[in-house]
Design a protein around this ligand. Structure first.
Ligand SMILES: Cc1cc2nc3c(=O)[nH]c(=O)nc-3n(C[C@H](O)[C@H](O)[C@H](O)COP(=O)(O)OP(=O)(O)OC[C@H]3O[C@@H](n4cnc5c(N)ncnc54)[C@H](O)[C@@H]3O)c2cc1C
Ligand code: FES
Ligand code: FES
Length: 1342
């Protein structure tokens, strides 16, 4: 049969349109394109705004929808699966019902789904960008249980595919647990006064949980839907969905090799299409072939259909495990690997066969299958016989497999071991994060043993398989080692020999892609050692070390829970101080909250794509737009010559170009903008622009490079108090250290998005964007366009997270498309994809710190001399201000009588680094606490004693001359030690460490103070505008931006308090520069203080005017009547409020002078448990006591505390930016950031939350310097995460001491699993790093 015959035959039999339902509505799509993703279709064709585009690579869960499908018509069985709509092809949903967040419930409270309302009530949504995805994952947990309530354990695991950067996860998990069937499993001691626990919340909702759960009905028509072969002919791609194996084989034979691509879950194929630009002309779907779906067990083997999704496989494995047959551990080894394998959404669609065929080096499943001796069954149309091949012979290297170009993998067979033999199988994996993170190294080990009299009853190795992922370009077995081990006894001596052989056999050098060669080689041994221990325990060998018990099995993570303690609201306040939900919370949970990318386009709108430099420090020799301009829909290429005003911009200095005019300073610098009629066309055209570069030298990338080349922004900054030389002369001891602290990506869930609308008649420009800094954006756009500021208006409705990342770095792309809009005279919009956003918009600054500390025998500080460098990138942005703030926050809560701090902002050829929550303070704080720990270690004292000894006292002066008033830290430490039972727990930790070798705990208490108020006077001002309409409704505008921190609801409650009306009469529509002008950036934790005062000022004026109407104050009058009266009495119902914080002045280092308005204070106790063999760890318990004065909104403040703490945990332990440089990461192109998406850059996720999280607000605290005696809270709690860092360091220290290393050791930040493992110096690290292993430091990007 010819290709044409097949095509025409299948066309004649098959359908060419799709039938599916979305939220109960039938859709028949005749014009589907096979390269449309479901997300694209939902958002662009159906205009649904609920499913969000967060990353487009299955890594964030913002696009989660539920897909339901009849899988057995006779039994009426419906399968419900949450999926990542960003990866699912539209063509794959034929016959399915898709439920998006909009389908669950709407703003109409009568039909809102309980998941949506409880998330609001329990404060589980902040910025709201992740929320629709979270709602759908929670909904999926219930539906996939076929209408039973989920167990708490189900819930703990179900959210592994969703990221939230704001909340810290606890409130989302609490919400989820209110739907659990087994809430009794939660700890439920009697609650403390004013305290609410997870159990309390669950109990209060339990009565409302009824069965069946409220569900969107599955369409009747789909119950009877009989799938047919499908052939969708797109404009450039065909989609086939055969229904039988023979049909599939025939198609694959016709379109063999590259002529077609088989797809199952599309989780790999879509990634290749997006990121590697691999195009296919024909896709053949495997989802409807029965033979591929089967999962069965016979007497001899497991048969795993290649088209089994990991979810179905997991359920089957659990079933088989429960049958308790002797399978040598096969099911358990697979289950262990699946526990932290991808995410629920990915496991719901991705197939076992897809994973095998991808032959990825980091496949977590292939090593287990290889070790288990799996065999593949392959079929092809030109052979009646199936071909069987051992998986051990299948991988040929780097994505290549031993498969003919017309073959299809049908099944994987795993032989069952002989039940009478001693046969063991285990799997291991260590990743950067537990949830949804590919393994750095994964392993599958199998051994068969026999007890021999000739070996004194010892066990002899009959066969062994040691298979690894992450150690080569594909899954690899240590074949030589295996051979050499056969016949040897199962003893420690043999395993020691195995370590040496494996290391010889699996060498990795520093050029190895992925880096971390020493860590990977250490992990290989750690896993094998764990396997050895496991087998010894199973064999009950008399020689088994008692410590083996703790490493033989994986760590059991208990159910997470929390409690919050909130002091009573002041009785004088009616509204302020109440826990009111976020203003847009209901909109957010129902998917109705509109972000920029959700806004409909105006007619005539153009789409932009940036053309970015691919080289750092390079002269642009030529730009060729020839090919780009041929793309249909191409309208214009915009570059520096099109800028009507200034091409130079900057927030502190005009030192960067909107468009590169000659020299591209970094990879990611904007060279031009391509504008086209559609987004797709713009993306295609932008990739066709050819740039010719001339590379310049020297290219400065790291802080070390900058120091070497003396490349700085400005001069050395110096802040000093006293005389450090004298201090050191008086000191009994002096210690010195160099510390490195890595940067951090903001990872706001909403990437930068812009819509710019020119009005050509009077040269106005209207911008819709998500910036924290509307006025500075307005100023700079005016400068670039050469227009008056009054002609530019910036509108910000809400932002899907910002954290400082949208203060200044959101401006350059905005300026570029503003130029494009003006040049073309048409509206232009642009949404940055996740990789571009991370790569070009800057990060938290990496720091290098050198310190020298002098102290007495008791540990009293005498002097501190510090030099700090930050990596500012290629333009100043706020780098010097961040350095300045770091210098001011240095010292934390401790008094250094003599101190000198010198700072340098380094200029490098990286994208400009920028503001991030804490603004330099976290780096200063980590340094300072490192000093404390260093001194304590040297003096062999408890670090807490050193902290107490040096703690500031009320009224003492900071190193910049500010007296500490309302100094609550001593009280906080005292109360927290008591409430956290610190000293008793310290004893338990020591006892635990004494009795456990390979698991260690650490417990650390750290206080923090954070200055609130900008150190530059002019920034401490704010405005507000209040309009009262005739019906009594109030429109409030202020200069702050809602970024998820709950600013708007706080402002509304202040207005309600002062005006004396109900809060639901007051609305904030947006932040707009034509309502409130000259605004200060929303940041510095000062926005509630500044804008709150301005709002109060405006409302007080209005209230005063209204009061003139109240002749008799005892006669009640409704708000509405009062306003009517006022209107008819011709009273002005509009007021402008203004506030300038008194007593603030500009920082002046030459005078050693700066002011903070006041200090937010707090402390945290963190307890961790570390697996010293791998570096994996858990937050066992965290107690936080925070002084927020009299909270404006306690639950919102607790959300900030928990969210900031978790973000700090990410900063100090997990999140690692890695870019190519000349020394540390030679496997990456110099200047290129490799960690630019959720696949490679890991922020904390659901399974990182503290198992027990207790947050309390300090009672009886007041603050005369801020609105209603409150305190700013956005940034300070991030500092408390240093307690996690030092608790981990203590755990490492405990291990090192057991290994005979008593001395202090250096741990750079972040304390990643790699750094923690390598700091646990032992025999394994010695084999890899020889004698330097005690001081070995993994590579970093600084
Ligand atoms: C966010 C994310 C997280 C992930 N996390 C992990 C992880 O933790 N550990 C891990 O190991 N992997 C992980 N992966 C990889 C994932 O497991 C694979 O992408 C998945 O298993 C591929 O299955 P699929 O059905 O989606 O394959 P597809 O994308 O549909 O296909 C993949 C390849 O296999 C071929 N193919 C598929 N089935 C057959 C068949 N039956 N016969 C012949 N060829 C076939 C296709 O032609 C294609 O070349 C992750 C992927 C993503 C996107
Ligand atoms: S957008 Fe789909 S997972 Fe992030
Ligand atoms: S609320 Fe989850 S990302 Fe903002």
């Amino acid at each position: 049969m010819t290709k044409d015959d097949t095509t025409s035959e299948s066309q004649s039999k098959s359908m060419n349109s799709l039938l599916f339902y979305v939220n109960g509505k039938e859709i028949i799509e005749h014009n589907a394109e096979p390269d449309w993703t479901l997300l694209w279709y939902l958002r662009n064709k159906l205009k649904l705004t609920g499913p969000k585009l967060g990353c487009g690579e299955g890594g964030c869960g913002a696009c989660t929808v539920l897909i339901s499908q009849s899988i057995n018509r006779s039994s009426d069985e419906i399968e419900h699966r949450t999926v990542n709509a960003c990866l699912a092809p539209l063509c794959s949903v034929d016959g399915c019902h898709i439920v998006t967040v909009e389908g669950l419930g709407s703003m109409n409270k009568s039909n809102i789904h309980p998941i949506q309302s409880r998330l609001v009530e329990l404060f589980g949504s902040q910025c709201g960008f992740c929320t629709p995805g979270v709602v759908m994952s929670l909904y999926g947990t219930g539906t996939s249980k076929n209408n039973e309530l989920s167990t708490i354990q189900d819930i703990e695991e179900a959210l592994d595919g969703n990221l939230c950067r704001c909340t810290g996860y606890r409130p989302i998990l609490d919400t989820a647990k209110t739907f659990a069937s087994d809430i009794d499993k939660l700890p439920h001691e009697e609650s403390l006064p004013f305290t609410s626990t997870t159990f309390d919340k669950c109990l209060s909702f339990a009565k409302q949980n009824s069965l069946p759960l409220s569900q969107v009905e599955f369409p009747e028509k789909l119950r009877h839907y009989i799938p047919q072969s499908l052939h969708i002919m797109g404009s450039s791609i065909d989609w086939y969905r055969p229904l039988s194996l023979s049909e599939l084989l025939q198609l694959r034979h016709t379109y063999r090799g590259d002529a077609s691509k088989l797809v199952f879950g599309n989780t790999r194929v879509e990634i290749e299409r997006k990121f590697k630009q691999i195009k296919h002309t024909c896709l053949i779907s495997l989802t409807h072939i029965e033979e591929l779906q089967q999962l069965k067990r016979t007497a001899d083997e497991f048969y795993l259909g290649a088209g089994s999704t990991f979810t179905r496989l997991k359920l089957k494995l659990i079933e088989w495990t429960n049958e308790k047959i002797n399978d040598g551990g096969i099911c358990q080894a697979l289950l262990d690997q699946l526990r932290y394998f991808a995410s629920t959404q990915i496991r719901n669609v991705a197939s076992l066969g897809g994973n095998v065929i991808t032959a990825s080096s980091i496949s977590d499943i292939n090593p287990v299958l290889q070790a288990a001796g799996a065999e593949l069954e392959l079929h092809r149309a030109d052979s009646t016989e199936a071909r069987y091949i051992s998986l051990r012979d299948f991988f040929l290297g780097n994505g290549r497999v031993s498969m003919a170009d017309n073959e299809v993998l049908v099944a994987i067979h795993i032989p069952l071991p002989n039940p009478s033999s001693k046969w063991f199988l285990r799997s291991y994996k260590q990743a950067r994060r537990r949830d949804d993170s590919k393994g750095i190294v994964s392993a599958g080990f199998q051994v068969q043993l026999e007890q021999l009299d000739s070996l004194d009853g010892q066990w002899q190795i009959i066969s062994i398989c040691l298979s690894f992922g992450g150690m080569s370009s594909t899954t690899i077995m240590a074949k030589n080692t295996q051979q050499q081990l056969v016949g040897l006894a199962w003893t420690r001596i043999t395993i020691n020999k195995a370590f040496k052989l494996i290391l010889q056999e699996l060498p990795l050098d520093e050029q190895t892609p992925g880096g971390q060669s020493e860590y990977r080689r250490t992990l290989v041994q750690s896993f094998l050692f764990k396997f050895y221990a496991y087998v010894c325990v199973e064999l009950r060998l008399s020689t088994t070390d008692s410590s083996f018990l703790s490493i033989a099995r994986p760590f059991h993570r208990s159910i997470s829970h929390g409690q919050q303690t909130i002091p009573e609201r002041p009785s004088s306040q009616k509204t302020v101080g109440t826990s009111l939900p976020h203003q847009s919370a209901y909109l957010q949970t129902t998917g109705k909250a509109i972000f920029i990318d959700d806004m409909p386009s105006l007619i005539n709108t153009l789409h932009a794509a940036l053309v970015l430099s691919t080289q750092p420090n390079a002269k642009i020799k030529n730009i060729d737009i020839g090919a780009a301009s041929q793309v249909p829909g191409f309208v214009s290429f915009v570059s520096y010559s099109d800028v009507p005003g200034s091409n130079k911009i900057g927030v502190m200095e005009l030192d960067e170009e909107v468009f590169v005019s000659s020299i591209a300073p970094c990879i990611g610098a904007i060279i031009g903008v391509v504008v086209c009629e559609s987004e797709q066309e713009a993306l295609v055209a932008s990739k066709l622009v050819q740039i010719e570069y001339e590379l310049l030298t020297p290219t400065i990338l790291t802080i070390q490079d900058a120091i070497h080349n003396e490349s700085y922004f400005g001069d050395e900054m110096c802040l000093r108090q006293g005389d450090v030389n004298k201090g050191f002369a008086d000191a009994k001891h002096i210690l010195e250290e160099t510390l490195w602290i890595g940067g951090q990506e903001h990872f706001y869930l909403e990437s930068n998005s812009y819509m710019v609308i020119p009005s050509n008649d009077d040269k106005e420009l209207t911008l819709y964007l998500g910036t924290q800094n509307p006025s500075t954006t307005q100023d700079l756009i005016a400068l670039v366009l050469g227009r008056d500021v009054s002609r530019i208006t910036c509108h910000v409705k809400r932002i899907g997270g910002a954290f400082g990342g949208k203060e200044s770095r959101s401006i350059p792309p905005c300026a570029a498309i503003a130029v494009a809009a003006v040049k073309t005279g048409r509206p232009v919009r642009l949404t940055l994809d996740r990789h571009t956003d991370i790569s070009i918009t800057g990060h938290r600054h990496p720091f290098k710190i050198e310190y020298k500390v002098g102290f007495t025998d008791e540990g009293l500080f005498c002097a501190l001399d510090i030099r700090m460098w930050n990596n500012g990138g290629c333009s100043l942005d706020t780098s010097s201000a961040i350095m300045e703030w770091a210098m001011l926050q240095m010292g934390n809560c401790y008094r250094f009588p003599h101190i000198r701090i010198r700072g340098y902002a380094c200029k490098t050829h990286l994208p400009s680094n920028t503001a991030f929550r804490g603004f330099g303070a976290p780096q200063a704080m980590l340094t300072c606490e490192n000093v404390v720990e260093h001194v304590a270690s040297y003096l062999k004292r408890d670090p807490l004693m050193i902290r107490h000894l040096n703690l500031f006292k009320e009224g003492e002066l900071t190193h910049y001359g500010q007296a500490l008033e309302h100094w609550n830290v001593p009280r906080i430490l005292e109360e927290l030690s008591r409430s956290s039972d610190f000293f008793q727990r310290q004893i338990h930790v020591n006892e635990f460490n004494r009795t456990n070798i390979y698991r260690k705990r650490g417990l650390c208490m750290i206080p923090a103070k954070y200055g609130i108020g900008f150190p530059v006077q002019f920034l401490n001002q704010a405005g507000a505008l209040v309009l009262i309409y005739k019906d009594g409704s109030v429109l409030l505008s202020h200069g702050g931006v809602e970024i998820g921190q709950g600013l708007h609801i706080k402002m509304i409650s202040i207005a309600a308090e002062v005006l004396g009306c109900n809060i639901d009469r007051i609305r904030i529509s947006e932040t707009s520069t034509d309502k409130v002008h000259n605004t200060t950036t929303t940041g510095g934790s000062a926005s509630s203080d500044l804008n709150g005062m301005a709002v109060r000022h405006a409302c007080e004026q209005l209230r005063e005017r209204l009061d003139t109407l109240l002749v008799d104050k005892n006669v009640p009058i409704s708000w509405e009547d009062l306003i009517k009266q006022a209107y008819f009495a011709r009273i002005d119902l509009c007021a402008h409020g203004f506030y300038a914080t008194p007593g603030m002045f500009d920082v002046d280092f030459s005078q050693n002078r700066a002011t903070c308005n006041y200090f937010t204070q707090g402390a945290a106790v963190t307890e961790v448990e570390l697996d010293t063999l791998t570096g994996d760890w858990h937050l066992l318990r965290v107690d936080i006591l925070m002084d927020v004065g009299k909270s404006l909104n306690p639950s919102i403040d607790i959300g900030q505390i928990e969210g900031a703490y978790m973000q700090g945990v990410g900063l100090f332990t997990m999140e690692e930016l890695i870019w190519g440089d000349h020394t540390e990461h030679k496997w990456i192109k110099p200047g290129e950031l490799i960690t630019c998406g959720p696949d490679t850059y890991k922020i904390p996720s659901f399974s990182d939350v503290p198992i027990d999280l207790r947050v309390s607000l300090l009672s009886d605290s007041s603050n005369p310097r801020a609105i209603y005696s409150s305190k700013g809270i956005g940034e300070p709690p991030i500092l408390l995460a240093t307690s996690a860092f030092f608790a981990l360091k203590q755990a490492c220290m405990a291990y090192r001491q057991d290994q005979g290393f008593q001395d202090y050791f250096t741990l750079h930040s972040p304390a990643t699993v790699e750094r923690l493992r390598m700091a646990c110096a032992d025999e394994f690290t010695r084999r890899v790093c020889s004698n330097e292993h005690q001081t070995y430091q993994p590579r970093g990007s600084y």
